[in-house]
Design a binder for this molecule. Structure first.
Ligand code: MSP
Length: 512
């Protein structure tokens, strides 16, 4: 793979960043860091979705004009992601002028091609979802997401001939089984496409909604949120220039939560077909997070904020937890108890203690100076090196499959192996025999190589910690690169620093 284009959904500005949006950001940021480190040219996009009824209502409620309101909240979103260390390459707002122009350009194109028509429509509209529902989609007459009864609305509107592209999309899904991942979501979209999908109402009269992109061929209307927002994935690249578009669009991978599967799995590809653009490469769909078994909600007061988590346990630990605790594509539950347990076991004990022990011994026995690696390697030394090579291979495989929990498991397998290596080789005992001092130097050299490998393997997941680890090892970012072979990186006289506690233990009630 030479290039990758990663996108997150554009977040509505009527809520604050929370565990759900932070999860998508953490996944995509991890992937972006992972691929960049592999030398893959990466473009990573996020942003805010700012038009529509909901935003308009909230801004009106706050007594602020919508643009001023969205300026404020969009900046706040950006600030949160920046504080969380998310390394997006571009932040798009659907109110950005280039985006508005591009949406209008595409609307005109589709209209001129005859794929947009005007018609009277009456349908059941959910204001929460900002979309019409069919009777069949409702559960007990209510919107399944908002549990409210949709309103019957009758009005003249513009429609996109989505149905025209239904068969072509179904064929595409059959020919590209991993177009939508994981498979369960692909099957859901296939099932949608086996039923008539109808056409998509893509306008709202200004009499009802003014906060949107004006339809260029009829100023009485604005365009529907999805026909606006989805186009960001292309407009952002176009803004960067035609070359960026040519380069990255064929490598597009969208990341979304399962509630917005239909717009991304059905509306978006048919829109791309209508404007004559190639389809994205993958749609990657994740599940929903609950908190202590309950849906997150303001009224329950259980909304997990990424900045509060950062403050409480550190961003790296939060990243580790959400990636290790969930299986991509499945729902997951956030529990304080599991968070503490994982933090103490995996981060404070297995990883943190390993780093402390190795650096402490290096300091105590050799004043921090790395000893030259002798030629005679024991079976254990070779096995240790081999274990890291295996972890690297496993990591590659799991990352390609979006199995983040398995990728971390593979790395922790190597960490456990390293801890066992210390027990087996027992440098703290061998050091008692002066004639064995060179052997202790060798053992520690292998251990430092393990730490160097960890600094590299873990860097997409724990960027702050691995930065600290590299600093403790006195290594620059480039010396932690994979091509520097095992045993070939610490030059004669290289000194490492004294240990530092990377993850202070969280004292639980039971231990106090
Ligand atoms: N604005 C649209 C997306 C437009 S994309 C062109 C939107 N915004 S949203 O702010 O409501 O949701 C953004 C993302 O957050 C969605 O992917 C949604 O699935 C995700 N999540 C919201 N709550 C979530 C959880 N509790 N758990 C996991 N993800 C969740 O939809």
């Amino acid at each position: 793979m030479e290039r990758i284009y990663l996108t997150t959904p554009l977040y509505y500005v009527n809520a604050e960043p929370h565990l759900g949006s932070a999860y998508t950001m953490i996944i995509t940021d991890t992937l972006a860091r992972y691929y960049r480190a592999q030398g893959v040219e990466t473009f990573y996009l996020t942003g805010t979705d700012e038009h529509g009824d909901k935003v308009f209502e909230v801004s009106a409620g706050a007594g602020i004009p919508p643009k001023e309101f969205t300026d404020r909240i969009s900046a706040a979103f950006r600030d949160v992601w920046d504080k969380c260390g998310i390394t997006y390459d571009h932040f798009i707002r659907t109110t950005d002028v280039y985006h508005v122009r591009y949406v209008q350009e595409l609307l005109t194109k589709v209209y001129d091609a005859g794929d947009i028509y005007f018609d009277r429509y009456s349908g059941l509209y959910c204001f929460g979802c900002e979309r019409f529902y069919t009777e069949k989609e409702l559960v007990g007459g209510k919107c399944p997401d908002h549990l409210t009864e949709p309103k019957l609305i009758e009005e003249d509107n513009y429609f996109f001939r989505m149905s025209k592209y239904q068969d072509r999309l179904l064929r595409h899904l059959e020919e590209h089984p991993d177009f939508i991942r994981p498979e369960g979501f692909r099957n859901e979209v296939v099932a949608m496409l086996r039923e008539p999908i109808g056409d998509l109402c893509i306008s709202r009269p200004k009499s009802r909604l003014t906060w949107g992109i004006e339809i260029p061929f009829d100023q009485r209307y604005v365009t529907y949120v999805w026909f606006d927002a989805l186009i960001n994935y292309v407009s952002a690249l176009k803004y960067k220039g035609e070359a960026a578009f040519e380069k990255f669009w064929p490598e597009a991978q969208h990341f979304i939560g399962k509630d917005i599967l239909k717009p991304h799995g059905v509306f978006w590809p048919t829109m791309l077909m209508a404007v004559g653009l190639p389809l994205y490469k993958h749609l990657n769909v994740h599940g929903f997070w609950t908190v202590e078994g309950q849906k997150m909600s303001k009224s329950l007061g259980n909304v997990i904020s990424p900045l509060v988590m950062k403050e409480k346990i550190g961003m790296d630990a939060f990243r580790y937890f959400v990636l290790r605790e969930s299986v991509f594509g499945q729902d997951a539950d956030f529990r304080e108890e599991s968070l503490t347990a994982r933090y103490n076991a995996d981060l404070a004990n297995n990883l943190g203690n390993l780093v402390s022990r190795v650096l402490a011994m290096q300091g105590k026995y050799f004043a921090g100076v790395v000893q030259p690696l002798g030629k005679a390697w024991t079976k254990e030394d070779l096995e240790l090196m081999e274990r890291f090579r295996k972890a690297e291979e496993e990591l590659k495989r799991h990352m390609a499959q979006l199995h983040f929990h398995r990728a971390l498991e593979a790395i922790w397998g190597a960490i456990d192996h390293t801890n066992r290596y210390i027990v087996h080789t027992s440098p703290f005992t061998v050091i008692r025999y002066p004639e064995e001092k060179a052997r202790v130097g060798n053992i520690l050299h292998h251990l430092l190589e393990s730490l160097r490998a960890l600094a590299r393997l873990l860097s997409p997941f724990l960027p702050e910690t691995t930065g600290q680890l590299r600093d403790l090892l006195n290594l620059s970012e480039s010396t932690a690169e994979p091509d520097a072979a095992w045993g070939g990186c610490f030059a004669e006289g290289h000194t490492v620093k004294p240990p530092k506690v990377l993850f202070p233990r969280i004292e639980t009630e039971a231990r106090k």
